[in-house]
Write a protein that binds this ligand. Structure first.
Ligand SMILES: [Zn+2]
Ligand SMILES: [Zn+2]
Length: 110
């Protein structure tokens, strides 16, 4: 059984549409949700309809309403938004230190 959906590969940073479906035939509606699927940063954008759909089928780590910083390569995924840190930083999606335990990568202690 799959816990997360199949992803369609690379998407442009400026593509703010729902990626649900196949590369040839995806939803394409304006996305409203930013979903973090795995701790290694796999994330996707979904419209209301497909978020509701995905919720029933798959497990995700976090989600929030799509915001201005969501697709920035250096953005950090917070519970309620994405934020771009001031200084230079790794390009990986990271969870903040006070994130709930279910957002922390396995084996990470504090
Ligand atoms: Zn959709
Ligand atoms: Zn986001």
């Amino acid at each position: 059984m799959r816990l997360t959906p199949q992803f369609n590969g690379e998407r442009s940073d400026h593509d703010r549409t729902c990626g649900y479906g196949t590369p040839e035939n995806h939803c394409g509606k304006p996305a409203t949700w930013h979903v973090l699927w795995t701790v290694d940063g796999t994330n996707s954008l979904d419209c209301d309809e497909h978020m509701a759909d995905a919720e029933k089928q798959w497990v995700f780590y976090g989600r929030h309403r799509l915001g201005p910083h969501c697709l920035h390569p250096e953005a950090l995924f917070y519970e309620d938004r994405c934020e771009v840190p001031g200084g230079p930083r790794q390009v990986d999606l990271t969870v903040r230190e006070d994130a709930p335990p279910w957002l922390l990568p396995e084996g990470l202690s504090r």
